[in-house]
Design a protein around this ligand. Structure first.
Ligand code: ATP
Length: 279
């Protein structure tokens, strides 16, 4: 996962969903539990995404409830980012169905619901020639938001030093860019935040800061979907897990159901790689 890959990086920024009207579906699969009651933020059945015949998603089911911090765990190439991109509307699906805030993927209103999402997928979407503050202001202008929270957001993610700085993002370290990406994701007070490897590149204080931001926002009702390979860190925040293999969530469990202190052993066990007997 690179941070800088172009002058205009490809975050989701979730602002230009490529396929908001995506997805014609034939699946007559199960109904979506409780989504009409408002307790389900995102629910999907049988999602399939193919890239030139390769099944990046091969029939994924997932249910994310309001207030969840949903941890998505799986090997490299198992399909996590593909799933995040589908949810954000950055790519279309080939089969399956989903609902976002109770709105079906076939509905014309899905783009409106996507405005309730914030996030960073793959790389933060940064203008390298602008400062951190410049990036936040630019994003506010793009999204029609007022700029009054910009300094507060920089403080929140530990970029206080950048409030009056002239340093361009081009010269940021990986962790600084990651922090800025999180600040961008928080613009507009999203109700559902998607983070792809948010701890990547962060120093120890950065990890603690981001963890606390996630927990604080969650306590205020924000739902999270977080993809992470760092199980020990994920287990400090996640309330639910989806374990991904070969483009499918093969196990979905709540944190209460497992011994999160030994999550690595649990993961080894469910992936057939052994682990402690009591894990
Ligand atoms: P990682 O943990 O390494 O980030 P991941 O679980 O996020 O991996 P994905 O990025 O979703 O995995 O990729 C799933 C599969 O789809 C991989 O085989 C990948 O090579 C393939 N893939 C992803 N994007 C594309 C694309 N744009 N074109 C072709 N194949 C792709």
């Amino acid at each position: 996962m690179g941070i800088f890959n172009d002058d205009f990086l490809n975050d989701s920024s979730l602002k230009n969903p490529e396929q908001d009207d995506s997805i014609a579906l034939e699946s007559s699969n199960d109904s979506f539990p409780a989504s009409r009651t408002g307790s389900i933020v995102f629910s999907a059945r049988g999602l399939v995404k193919k890239y030139n015949g390769l099944m990046a998603l091969s029939g994924t089911d997932i249910t994310i409830e309001k207030g969840d911090i949903y941890g998505l765990v799986g090997a490299n190439g198992s399909g996590k980012t593909t799933l995040l991109r589908v949810i954000a509307g950055l790519i279309s699906i080939d089969e399956g169905q989903f609902e976002l805030f109770g709105e079906s993927n076939t509905s014309g209103n899905i783009a409106k619901e996507r405005r309730r999402i914030g996030g960073v997928i793959e790389s933060p979407h940064l203008y390298l020639g602008l400062t951190a503050k410049g990036n936040l202001i630019a994003q506010c202008l793009n999204k029609g938001l007022d700029t009054s929270r910009v300094d507060d957001l920089l403080r929140l993610v530990g970029l206080d030093s950048e409030i009056d700085s002239v340093k361009k993002v081009r010269f940021f370290s990986l962790g600084m860019a990651q922090r800025l990406g999180i600040a961008l994701a928080l613009l507009g007070n999203p109700e559902f935040i998607i983070l792809d490897e948010p701890m990547n590149g962060l120093d120890p204080l950065g990890i603690i800061d981001i963890r606390n931001i996630i927990l604080d926002l969650n306590s205020k009702g924000v739902t999270f979907l977080i993809s992470s390979h760092i199980l020990s860190e994920l287990s400090k925040v996640a309330t639910k897990y989806g374990f991904v293999r070969s483009g499918k969530i093969f196990k979905e469990v709540s944190a209460d159901e497992i011994d999160t202190d030994n999550i690595e052993d649990y993961y080894l066990r469910i992936t057939g790689r052994g682990g402690k007997e009591n894990a």
